[in-house]
Design a protein around this ligand. Sequence first.
Ligand SMILES: Cc1cc2nc3c(=O)[nH]c(=O)nc-3n(C[C@H](O)[C@H](O)[C@H](O)COP(=O)(O)OP(=O)(O)OC[C@H]3O[C@@H](n4cnc5c(N)ncnc54)[C@H](O)[C@@H]3O)c2cc1C
Length: 380
Amino acid sequence: MSALTDDQLAIVETTRDFAREHLSPHAIEWDRTGHFPVDVLRKGADLGLGGITVREDEGGSGLDRLDSALIFEALAGGCPTIAAYYSIHNMVASMIDRHGTPEQRARWLPGLCSMRELASYCLTEPGAGSDAAALTTRATRDGDDYVLHGVKQFISGAGSSAVYVVMARTGADGAHGISAFVVEADTDGLSFGPNERKMGWHAQPTRQVVLEGVRVPAAHRLGAEGDGFKIAMGGLDGGRINIAACSLGGAQAALEAAVSHLTDREAFGARLIDAQALRFQLADMATELEAARTLVRHAASSLDEGDPRAPQLCAMAKRFATDTAFSVADRALQLHGGYGYLADYGIEKIVRDLRVHRILEGTNEIMRVIVARGLIGAAR
Ligand SMILES: Cc1cc2nc3c(=O)[nH]c(=O)nc-3n(C[C@H](O)[C@H](O)[C@H](O)COP(=O)(O)OP(=O)(O)OC[C@H]3O[C@@H](n4cnc5c(N)ncnc54)[C@H](O)[C@@H]3O)c2cc1C
């Protein structure tokens, strides 16, 4: 990878300052109380974090995927949970920017870019997760409207979001029978399950989205009928880079905390940082993170350049970076001894937050399915 440009370095610095000032000091408390800090999200939007890749004339920042990866890594240094919610919101905003009509962009993007309105991505269902093309939520055409029935599972931001991009079946079984719709929060028939109790990501809500006879104008369909699965998967390519970058930021913070802890801590008459066995561990952690970072940035650039291998590279980067970062964060916890297990040190929170990155936006097993499919396709 070539060195970052001055503009990119400035983006990183600005985002780190934001994370240091507005996320880090509160992250442990938000995790403890389950507080979703919408006011802080909006502060970030004042810096352009609400529509990072959205075109500038719709209120976005007009940045590319590599810039996004830098931003999400810097944000996650302050709090991986909040960085990850920014990532999901941005995925939806960029889908509307990319696939929306001028009327749709004008209707939703200004609110999303300023984060006056938050967004959720609704693909997963109770009976269809990895096999998302088997989804059963149905959208039936009725005059100038569609009427939606179904349940979406594990939806990040649900209940707080104003805009829901919902993938629903308009045609036959399989991926080609799926269309994407923008559903507004105040639509009759839309409701939410209780906030799920979960291992990490406590500072953002995860709820079911229940659609019971939800009527949306046909003008709220994103793209053509039958294009919904393609739109959803295209969104996930960028989303996977961003979630991978969130893992890097969390793990980097855990590594830095481990260096600092070992520097301060003494045992057996010497500083722990002077024990070569521990130094070697730190060296390995830093090396593995740097390798993951290089792959994430390479995959981000491949999306920017329209490389046909981009979906495979994004899957490789997501799998490798989220597994590596989790392992680094877990080793950082170990290097803190008993203190790593205490909530006040913030390390156990990073481990819990990073765990889910190996599951969502496509599990890491599904990432291997995508990579292998590319390999086998290439060999034919
Ligand atoms: C906190 C949280 C937030 C989430 N946010 C969202 C959101 O905002 N929007 C959204 O749409 N979804 C969201 N999800 C859902 C997430 O994307 C799914 O949980 C994920 O895709 C896996 O689906 P599943 O849970 O149904 O697992 P399953 O598909 O049932 O998989 C179970 C296991 O089998 C493995 N497996 C399945 N198929 C294969 C295969 N072919 N080969 C090898 N292994 C396989 C999986 O990897 C996994 O280990 C969220 C999930 C969580 C936990």
